[in-house]
Design a binder for this molecule. Structure first.
Ligand SMILES: Cc1ncc(COP(=O)(O)O)c(C=O)c1O
Length: 508
């Protein structure tokens, strides 16, 4: 029974063992009634933990491929034993789907699903901030004034007028491009999926920020990429280390969220942006720049207090940092953004900026999945952009969200227990906090949900699944009145959880 496990693969060892044994059983190489080695013996032979073998055997039992008999051992079942019953899902699902880690989705759902709790967990805006009146108004205008009907089919890359408007919008933001360089998407996440299909082969190395948007991790892992995390600090990816990572791992892609990063809220300063782009070009490595939050910038805390700024009605938005895409014109950076964070995720409209030949390739791949972004959503976005109303709406959001960010910072300063640290995000949705030493985010989450407040544990975003010391707090999700009581509740829970952990022999 020769089994080879690859320790460098992104596929967990237990799953490699399941795959190898399953293949042998199904092909008949391991005949019915063959006695498998005891767990401990196989673990020693393969140089893995006994738990790895145990997990693999349990999986194969659930598939009806093997069975244990007390006192006799574990045996391969005859194929007849496997007929009928429930479908053997693990075999029926593709390797692509099996590589997906569903527990992340379940954990995210669990963090978000706490009725009546103050919600710092969910990664979207407060439904009350969706600009209903604006959307109603622009929808009516869009459908009235269009030379074509809302139900008309769109070209796969999007309506030419919308591509033009987005190209102008990006040019104003420092990314000079034409309509040919823009593709309208059904959300930025679709763009990510299409880039993975277009560029990533199994085994290709992808560099990401050490903590990153977990659907991106899922997308790369499902494609069987080797995902390596580059350390981050309060200014985002440590680009000073990037040359070493590129030399050692020869990445095909660098995935980055340089502005108001999810989950850390960090923003890369100009010199790091330059260093990232230059390093990528030196190693002929593509960069996917995911930028859903870049326009939501609040700058430093408002000097004279947030309420005054709101009352004055004068938006005082700091200057945006140029996206990476605006720093090169050789085509190494592929840019993604979306209306999900500035208008509503329900529009399902995002966009990609890249060389036109990349767009042609991605459009061909997209034809297999969805023909184009909803024409109605595109019409609405066209009206939002052409009327200039989106700019005013985003200006207003920046005032409101900057105020909520300040409320959260104030509450943390007031209530945070000793040993807790956090950053001051200059925009976006998220604040990243480090828990007092030894406290684990997952353990805290149970207590916090019980107490009536939720957050997203850092483990969700960690490349190596071991960042239990950080939590992500969405400061735009709750309404302003909930922030101070929510943070106080959270901080009290942290103190209580710390104490009870000490009371239980320090087990955390
Ligand atoms: C970094 C990042 N990229 C992409 C998305 C998803 O965008 P969309 O709704 O346009 O697919 C999100 C949403 O949370 C995000 O945080």
């Amino acid at each position: 029974m020769p089994i080879m496990l690859n320790r460098h693969s992104s596929v967990p060892l237990y799953r490699q063992l399941v795959n190898a044994l399953r293949e042998d059983i199904v092909s008949g190489a391991l005949a019915a009634n063959y006695k498998l080695p005891p767990e401990r013996e196989l673990a020693e032979r393969l140089g893995v933990n006994r738990a790895t073998v145990l997990q693999a055997y349990q999986q194969l039992k659930s598939e009806g491929l093997i069975a244990s008999h007390v006192g006799r051992g574990t045996f391969v079942c005859a194929s007849d034993d496997r007929q009928g019953g429930a479908p053997p899902w693990q075999i029926l699902f593709s390797d692509y789907s099996n590589r997906f880690t569903y527990h992340d989705i379940a954990a995210a759902d669990q963090a978000q699903r706490a009725p009546n709790a103050i919600d710092f967990a969910t990664g979207s805006q407060n439904p009350a901030d969706i600009p209903d009146d604006l959307l109603r108004d622009v929808s009516i205008r869009a459908f009235e004034s269009a030379d074509f009907h809302g139900t008309q089919e769109s070209p796969i890359e999007g309506f030419p007028q919308l591509r033009e408007l987005l190209a102008d919008h990006m040019t104003r933001r420092g990314v000079r491009c034409d309509a040919d360089n823009v593709m309208v998407l059904s959300g930025a996440e679709q763009g990510l999926d299409l880039c993975v299909r277009a560029f990533v082969n199994p085994g290709d190395c992808v560099l990401v920020e050490q903590s990153t948007f977990f659907p991106a991790l899922q997308a790369f892992r499902s494609a069987d990429a080797r995902v390596i995390g580059v350390p981050i600090d309060e200014h985002g990816m440590r680009t000073d280390l990037l040359d070493g990572y590129c030399k050692r791992f020869h990445p095909k892609l660098i995935f980055t969220i340089p502005t108001f990063q999810n989950p850390s809220g960090a923003t890369m300063p100009l010199h790091r942006r330059r260093e990232l782009v230059e390093t990528a070009m030196r190693y002929q490595c593509l960069v996917i720049e995911d930028d859903p939050y870049g326009e939501l910038c609040y700058g430093e805390r408002l000097a004279e207090g947030p309420t005054d700024a709101l009352a004055s009605g004068k938006p005082r938005r700091p200057r945006e940092l140029t996206p990476l895409k605006g720093m090169e014109n050789a085509g190494y950076v592929i840019y993604l953004s979306t209306f999900s964070k500035t208008v509503t995720p329900g529009l399902r409209t995002g966009w990609l900026v890249a060389d036109s030949h990349v767009i042609a390739r991605i459009a061909a791949l997209r034809r297999m999945i969805d023909q184009h972004t909803s024409s109605s959503s595109q019409l609405i976005c066209m009206e939002l952009l052409s009327s200039g109303r989106i700019g005013r709406h985003i200006g207003r959001l920046c005032e409101i969200y900057g105020h909520r960010r300040d409320l959260m910072l104030d509450a943390l300063h007031r209530y945070a227990p000793e040993g807790m640290r956090w950053n001051t995000p200059l925009g976006g949705y998220y604040l990243w906090a480090r828990l007092p030493d030894g406290l684990r985010a997952a353990r805290l989450l149970d207590d916090a949900r019980h107490a009536g407040v939720t957050f997203m544990p850092g483990d969700m975003f960690a490349v190596d699944e071991d960042d239990s010391s950080h939590i992500r707090l969405n400061f735009v999700r709750p309404d302003s009145r909930q922030i101070e009581p929510g943070i106080r509740l959270l901080c009290d829970t942290i103190a209580e959880t710390e104490q009870s952990a000490d009371g239980h022999g320090g087990e955390r």
